[in-house]
Design a protein around this ligand. Structure first.
Ligand code: OGA
Ligand code: NI
Length: 286
């Protein structure tokens, strides 16, 4: 496998005054890479730090407590996944623990979220609200750039977001396993908060893995397969993976913009040109 030399994923400045410029940059990045980082996005550094810290604190709790705090929803809307503790030597074990739950949309849904660390609910409610605002703005720019109604994805298509708090502990043998295997995200758009100074996320492009070097206080945004389908193959749901290291633990928080289960995902009618028909699989091999 070839490792990247100088290729970097694009950086988009959301603070530019010219909305059309922002739209052009986002569209180009999504067509060529399916990944970009955003700066000047309006989410405060304090909230970003607080959010990463609350997930670090969660994952530092004893196992029994983590299990208890993530098991309140009888419908499984909140879950803890761990791959390292599977007691089966024959299968590949990825080096990651994940707390995964629906985003709180009401006081009612809050009752299923962890109550420990003490500020968990408060911080997560604030964070998901802010990220939703930014995520919907990015979706509007993408839809507009595709020639669709800017609100094309604003209803049911983005109404059931998920939050994933990943924790990648140091791995004693990094050459033997990954933090997350090569995959494409199954949703519309993912917004990832990652730690400074640890180069672990890689994107596959043109036969090589490109490292997503963390820019302090930027978010990583990537296109998921559903938006690839809706855009009829114009935007790329790129393959990516997470590598391990033996020195540092790494925490990330992924916000998955996702439809309700009733939605049908199909190419937007206006993007199926009469001759070509649906061609959303064009970048999809495997
Ligand atoms: C994901 C993902 C990357 C990371 O949640 O789908 O790819 O660095 N996360 O945690
Ligand atoms: Ni992913």
């Amino acid at each position: 496998m070839v490792f990247s030399s100088g290729n970097k994923i694009p950086v988009v400045d959301l603070g530019l005054h010219d909305r059309h410029e922002i739209l052009k940059h986002i569209l180009k990045a999504s067509e060529e890479y399916g990944f970009f980082q955003v700066i000047n996005h309006g989410v405060s550094k304090e909230l970003m730090d607080e959010t990463l810290n609350i997930f670090k604190e969660f994952h530092a709790m004893p196992a029994e407590e983590k299990i208890r705090e993530s098991s309140r929803d009888p419908n499984g809307g909140c879950r803890l996944y761990t791959s390292r503790e599977i007691n089966n030597k024959d299968i590949v074990q990825f080096w990651r623990d994940t707390l995964r739950h629906l985003c709180p949309s009401s006081q009612d849904s809050m009752q299923f979220l962890p109550q420990k660390p003490a500020k968990y609910r408060e911080v997560v409610a604030k964070y998901t609200q802010e990220i939703r605002r930014m995520g919907l703005e990015i979706l509007e720019l993408l839809c507009e750039g595709l020639g669709l109604d800017p609100k094309y994805c604003s209803g049911g298509l983005s109404e059931s977001p998920l939050l994933l708090g990943h924790h990648y502990p140091p791995c004693p043998e990094p050459s033997l396993t990954l933090g997350a295997p090569k995959h494409r995200d199954p949703n519309l758009v993912t917004i990832l908060l990652q730690e400074k100074d640890i180069n672990s996320l890689q994107v596959f492009k043109d036969g090589e893995w490109i490292v997503v070097e963390p820019i302090p206080y930027a978010f990583v945004v990537n296109i998921g397969l559903m938006l690839q389908v809706i855009s009829n193959g114009r935007l790329i749901g790129a393959e990516h993976r997470v590598v391990t290291n033996s020195e540092f633990a790494r925490t990330t928080v992924a916000y998955f913009i996702r439809p309700t289960s009733k939605q049908i995902i199909e190419p937007a009618k206006s993007l199926i040109s009469s001759g070509a028909g649906p061609c959303w699989e064009k970048n999809f091999k495997g």
